[in-house]
Design a protein around this ligand. Structure first.
Ligand SMILES: NC(=O)C1=CN([C@@H]2O[C@H](COP(=O)(O)OP(=O)(O)OC[C@H]3O[C@@H](n4cnc5c(N)ncnc54)[C@H](O)[C@@H]3O)[C@@H](O)[C@H]2O)C=CC1
Ligand SMILES: O=C([O-])CC(=O)C(=O)O
Length: 320
């Protein structure tokens, strides 16, 4: 059987890391696409030359021609611009919306059967626009943010409790912005919910609140340190987890930006929710019941996403 084909649209910091991870995990052959002359070819060659030492079997190709993504099984989109210190993700909307239009058309014409994972920010609005521009079925287009935000939450919690990150589970829902919703009630250490751990004295409510806030600010913390761009190792690893679940039909239950129509009280928006990802794409959205307080936080986050979607419609008539 031929190896799966993984197209990476955008060969910048995240795109290059995705290519390296996909090759090392032998998920398939990789096509790196970018408009920056020489960058995708250079990164593809560099990563291919790591193959003999690492011992992986994967072909890598760099290109600026959409024809080369033809027949891709998975497309991961990072094309666009990252933020710099002092900017919010939302400041990227105008410039990255234009990029989503070009990318959506490229995918529609060359890889209409692919499972598409959008990473470009502001994520929830960009994945919504990308689905519209590409015209692919909504269950085949989703966004990566919740896996990353939950991974950050899990990491911080593992430090606080001094336990393995493997035993910490967490769910961060809502939009990928300052209003994201880390759900403490559904986050656990080996199945013990965080509120119980507070009662058991493993941590205090104040410390837990500070960890929740650090999670919400997780992207900005890295931007502030790097100064020239944003996080890329953990974002790439998170998207690979989603791509692997699709390619291997693992049916992982992961928080992803998925098209919600008739779930979570929504009517046609992308926002972070618990999803099952398998060979059918986003196979199921787990419509969990939120408490009054959680629902208020979720509604606040959805309102922020809706505002960005309206801004997209204002910029590009074809989305209205
Ligand atoms: N959803 C999430 O959780 C996260 C999202 N991001 C976002 O991911 C995006 C990419 O981040 P990085 O890889 O660090 O940025 P980067 O600047 O290193 O790479 C972006 C690449 O896109 C390319 N590009 C620009 N316009 C293009 C077009 N029309 N077609 C094809 N390629 C094009 C650029 O040449 C560049 O190589 C940013 O928007 C960033 O904000 C970053 C981290 C996490
Ligand atoms: O903060 C940013 O600009 C990049 C991002 O989305 C993240 O790292 O969560």
């Amino acid at each position: 059987m031929a190896r799966p084909k993984i197209a990476l649209i955008g060969a910048g910091q995240i795109g290059g890391t995705l290519a390296h991870l996909a090759a090392m995990k032998e998920l398939g052959d990789v096509v790196l696409f970018d408009i920056s002359e020489g960058t995708p070819e250079g990164k593809a060659l560099d990563i291919a030359e790591s193959g003999p030492s690492e011992g992986f079997d994967a072909r890598l190709k760099g290109t600026s021609d959409y024809a080369d993504i033809a027949g891709a099984d998975v497309c991961i989109v990072t094309a666009g611009v990252p933020r710099k210190p002092g900017m919010s993700r939302d400041d990227l909307l105008g410039i990255n919306l234009k990029v989503m239009k070009a990318v959506g058309e490229g995918i529609r014409e060359n890889a209409p059967d692919a499972f598409v994972i959008c990473i470009t920010n502001p994520l929830d609005a960009m994945v919504w626009a990308l689905q519209k521009f590409s015209g692919l079925p909504t269950e085949k287009v989703c966004g990566m943010a919740g896996v990353l935000d939950s991974a950050r939450f899990r990491h911080f919690l593992s430090l606080e409790f001094d336990v393995s990150m493997k035993d910490v589970t967490a769910f961060v829902l809502g939009g990928h912005g300052d209003t994201m919703v880390p759900l403490t009630r559904y986050s656990t250490v080996a199945g013990i919910p965080l509120p119980d751990l507070v009662k058991m004295g493993w941590t205090s409510q104040e410390k837990l609140d500070a960890i929740v806030q650090r999670t919400r600010d997780g992207g900005a913390e890295i931007v502030g340190l790097l100064k020239t761009g944003s996080a890329f190792y953990a974002p790439a690893t998170s998207a690979i987890e989603m791509a692997e679940s699709y390619l291997k039909d693992q049916k992982r239950l992961l928080p992803c930006a998925a098209y919600c129509d008739g779930v979570f009280g929504l009517d046609g928006f992308y926002v972070g929710v618990p999803t099952v990802i398998g060979a059918g794409g986003v196979e199921r959205i787990v419509d969990i019941k939120l408490t009054k307080d959680e629902q208020a936080m979720f509604d606040n986050s959805v309102a922020a996403v809706k505002g960005l979607v309206e801004a997209c419609k204002g910029i590009d008539d074809s989305l209205a």
